[in-house]
Design a protein around this ligand. Structure first.
Ligand SMILES: Cc1cc2nc3c(=O)[nH]c(=O)nc-3n(C[C@H](O)[C@H](O)[C@H](O)COP(=O)(O)OP(=O)(O)OC[C@H]3O[C@@H](n4cnc5c(N)ncnc54)[C@H](O)[C@@H]3O)c2cc1C
Length: 516
């Protein structure tokens, strides 16, 4: 793809800044409509918020409770499309809402029936009332003191960083160019002050390139203000970062396939306990942050809140010693007009904005609605760049690796989709690559070689945090296997002992954020 970048003459139709859910979605939409598309990501794909979500593909039961019908309708439609187009990456997940007050039961039953109905033809299962005995049967580790019963309902669950990579591969399949470790450091304008391109720094070589573009899309999530300020230095901040953290604990806290959803904790938040890659994800929080950062850190109060709340609903109280990893992400919420609102009340709808110079900025939304956000953004780009009008095709576009026969709940390689078989071929050619270097993560040598050759993994962190999800699942185990991972990567990339040493140092530094 670097070769294509050098070879390409004339302006790109669409240059996307940011390789998270939003930017990659835009790249897929634009490339699949046939536009000449380039995406530039400053770090690795999904390094930002897009690898740090609760991993739900959902309409948002909470937004229904808040009466935001249009948001829920849109998200439920998108949930259905994601499950249809990427069955190797998104699975149907059953959630149980336990009821501890007699009035909760009827309230959630009615609400969830509406939720089912709103999904229409794209529905994935009917909600149902549970007796106390059934609730305990579904969730044997649920706290039973005062338990009245429950409701079971269905939403989607996915591996966010793997989804991001598959979107990158889908864009490439349609001739798009997607590059990681390319930081946009400036915008270029013509004599009429209209945006005509970007200045980008290749962070591996230090070289700066000037790239011409008919349209430039700012899809940088919580960093959107920084890019906007490259366009208009005095423009006011529009993003309100809000931090959410998750704790990952052993499967014994939730041994079955059912997840728990608590719609209202004692301070009015939503709390999930969801089985994921053979572990359990507990979260999340909603804490206002001053500034965006790429590697946000969990606050002590957030960790305590999750442990304490989980203990109220589980038989066994999780403690700090039980936490295998902690990860934090920043929601790129749109700043409300005026002050005094908490982020829970700030709109979760997305916004497409166009500056006087033609910079298109897309903010807000959520992973689940990435496709619709992309469609709206590219529709705007067609107008701004006077591009030939072409219809969006992503409603029915299978995501790269589409394979409906792989079972995500039983096969750890299912997220590779059809590429799983090529990965296994690698092992057949070289049986040493079939060696499992961590049972717990799980991780085999072939995955490392595959990620370097075919998934643009450039660092040990890329490998252990996003090509496989080890850093999110068990940070200590990742530190144990990091030297072996670095060695295999160095061989593939042609790097020396110094590279290995630097990588291990950098990885240990990042991994310290995932430990408590
Ligand atoms: C705690 C939490 C839980 C969530 N859970 C869910 C969930 O369960 N389901 C759901 O649907 N949604 C969820 N969301 C929302 C969802 O994760 C986000 O809406 C989505 O990931 C945002 O994607 P993005 O691409 O806009 O931002 P990001 O993923 O942050 O991507 C922006 C990218 O831009 C890059 N960038 C910045 N500046 C530059 C530059 N100058 N040059 C090049 N690149 C640059 C960054 O490196 C980054 O990778 C959750 C969010 C949080 C915080």
């Amino acid at each position: 793809m670097l070769k294509r970048l050098k070879k390409e003459k004339g302006p790109w139709d669409i240059v996307v800044i940011g390789g998270g859910a939003t930017g990659l979605g835009v790249a897929v939409d634009a490339a699949s409509r046939g536009y000449k598309t380039l995406l530039l990501e400053q770090h690795d794909f999904a390094k930002g918020t897009s690898s740090r979500s609760t991993k739900l593909v959902h309409g948002g039961v909470r937004y229904l409770q808040q009466g935001d019908i249009s948001l829920v309708l849109e998200a439920l439609k998108e949930r259905g499309l994601m499950i249809k187009n990427a069955p190797h990456l998104v699975k149907n997940q059953a959630f149980v809402i336990p009821n501890y007050e007699w009035w909760d039961g009827p309230f959630y039953q009615v609400g969830l029936k509406v939720y089912d109905l709103m999904s229409g033809k794209l529905g994935i299962g009917s909600s149902k009332k549970l007796s106390k005995e059934e609730t305990v049967e579904y969730i044997p580790t649920i706290g039973q003191k005062g338990l009245k019963g429950g409701v079971v309902y269905y939403d989607g669950q996915f591996d966010d960083a793997r989804m991001a990579l598959s979107l990158a591969k889908t864009a490439k399949q349609f001739n798009g160019v997607v590059l990681n470790y390319m930081e946009v450091i400036g915008l270029e304008k013509d004599e009429e002050e209209i945006i005509s391109g970007v200045k980008v720094k290749d962070l591996e070589t230090g070289k700066v390139h000037s790239i011409q573009a008919k349209t430039v899309i700012n899809a940088t999530g919580v960093f959107a203000d920084k890019v906007k300020q490259m366009d208009e230095p005095d423009v006011k901040d529009m993003i309100q970062p809000s931090q959410g953290i998750h704790l990952v604990v052993d499967k014994s806290f939730l041994p079955d396939k059912y997840a728990i959803m608590v719609p209202q904790t004692k301070d009015g938040r939503v709390m999930f306990a969801v089985p994921w890659h053979d572990k359990v994800v507990l979260g999340t929080t909603d804490t206002m942050k001053e500034k965006p950062e790429l590697e946000p850190k969990a606050q002590e109060a957030e960790i305590d809140f999750i442990l304490e709340t989980a203990g109220q609903y589980l038989v066994k109280q999780p403690t700090r010693e039980d936490v295998l990893s902690v990860f934090s992400g920043l929601r790129p919420l749109a700043k409300p007009e005026g002050d005094g609102k908490s982020t829970k009340e700030i709109s979760r709808h997305h916004k497409v904005m166009i500056s006087q110079s033609g910079l298109i900025t897309i903010i807000g939304g959520k992973w689940t609605t990435y496709r619709k956000m992309a469609e709206d953004t590219v529709d705007n780009a067609i107008l701004i760049g006077a591009l030939d009008e072409r219809r969006c095709i992503t409603n029915n576009l299978p995501i790269y690796g589409y394979d409906k026969n792989l079972d995500l709940s039983t096969d750890p390689l299912a997220v590779y989709g059809t590429e799983k078989y090529q990965l296994l071929d690698l092992e057949e050619e070289n049986p040493d690559l079939a060696q499992i270097i961590s049972e717990d993560l799980p991780l085999r040598k072939s995955q490392i070689v595959w990620a370097v050759r075919h998934e643009m993994a450039r660092t040990v962190e890329d490998m252990l945090a996003r090509r496989v999800r080890g850093l999110f699942l068990n940070s200590k185990e990742c530190l144990r296997v990091a030297p072996q991972v670095a060695e295999i990567m160095a061989k593939e990339l042609g790097k020396d002992a110094q590279w290995i040493e630097n990588q291990l140092e950098a990885f240990a530094d990042v991994a310290s954020n995932y430990r408590i």
